[in-house]
Design a protein around this ligand. Structure first.
Ligand code: 13P
Length: 285
């Protein structure tokens, strides 16, 4: 990549950082994004600063091991660059990664409730199935390992429990759009929940939708099993608290999502007592 093109990529990284900040997807110095510019070179946002006001010279350059190449740069590369590099290594077709803490989607990650499938056409076409990685400490290499363990060649978005999201695509704007669609979808889900009812798409509707998706050049492996129910129980915890349309695209127990068992008043009292004891103990120490 020539110097002029690289400068344009740096400018775009600053613009995307500003959009992320304006949308409230990251507060303070949260979040990071990167672009792979060569086999062994990645441009990455610096650590510890708001990504809303970056300048092109602040963007850092790393190799595929995460070693910062531009030693003259006063900025240090993101503490989470290893997550990005692991995604690039697992998916050579990916050229941009955006890690963020979009509030509505992150609420699902905090509750450890996977983003449900088979509800909203936009989310199905542009995001598809969204896995939820187990919690690992930010910046550790285990963070990236937990994410790449869940991705296949069609995955473009992964939630990280108690943390946030990671979106990836061939282009930086594409990865950013995934983030935007993700948080809009989760906002819609939370609003629907307030209305008290969420209809799922039926199996036939999912078959049609995944065929349209394929026509857009976005194959989805769920199409193979769509007629018999392409959605397993693992992503449907969100629906378990709601009345669900009885005939759905879900393969689990004919679309019926198991309701969580109600917690007895004695159990609640016991939990409150335990928390109170812990608070009292920590105040004494
Ligand atoms: P960096 O500023 O090091 O990229 O870290 C931001 C972040 O989101 C930590 O979770």
């Amino acid at each position: 990549m020539n110097t002029q093109n690289q400068f344009q990529v740096r400018r775009e990284m600053c613009d995307i950082g500003h959009r992320i900040w304006l949308k409230g997807f990251c507060a303070g110095n949260e979040g990071n994004h990167s672009v792979r510019i060569a086999e062994d070179r990645v441009l990455c946002t610096p650590t510890g600063v708001s990504k809303g006001f970056l300048t092109p010279d602040q963007i850092t350059v790393v190799d595929m091991d995460g070693t910062q190449i531009d030693k003259h740069n006063v900025m240090k590369r993101s503490s989470e660059v290893l997550l990005h590099l692991q995604v690039y290594k697992a998916r050579p077709d990916v050229e941009a990664v955006v890690h963020s803490h979009p509030p509505h989607a992150t609420a699902f990650a905090i509750a450890n409730i996977p983003i449900p499938e088979g509800i909203h056409p936009e989310a199905e076409v542009f995001l598809g199935k969204i896995p939820m990685a187990k919690y690992t400490t930010p910046s550790y290499k285990e963070l990236g390992e937990s994410v790449v363990a869940l991705i296949n060649k069609q995955t473009n978005t992964v939630m990280m429990a108690n943390h946030g999201s990671v979106s990836f695509d061939r282009t930086l704007i594409g990865a950013y759009y995934k983030l935007e669609i993700l948080d809009a979808y989760c906002r819609i889900l939370l609003l629907s929940r307030q209305l008290g009812k969420v209809n799922q798409l039926t199996r036939d509707e999912m078959v049609d939708l995944l065929k349209v998706k394929e026509k857009f050049g976005l194959p989805d492996q769920r199409l193979a099993c769509a007629p018999g129910g392409c959605i397993g129980a693992e992503n449907q915890a969100f629906l378990a608290t709601l009345d669900v349309h009885p005939q759905t695209a879900c393969a689990c127990a004919d679309g019926q999502v198991q309701k969580p068992q109600p917690v007895s008043p004695e159990k609640i009292e016991e939990m409150v007592q335990r928390v109170t004891d812990q608070i009292m103990a920590s105040m004494k120490s």
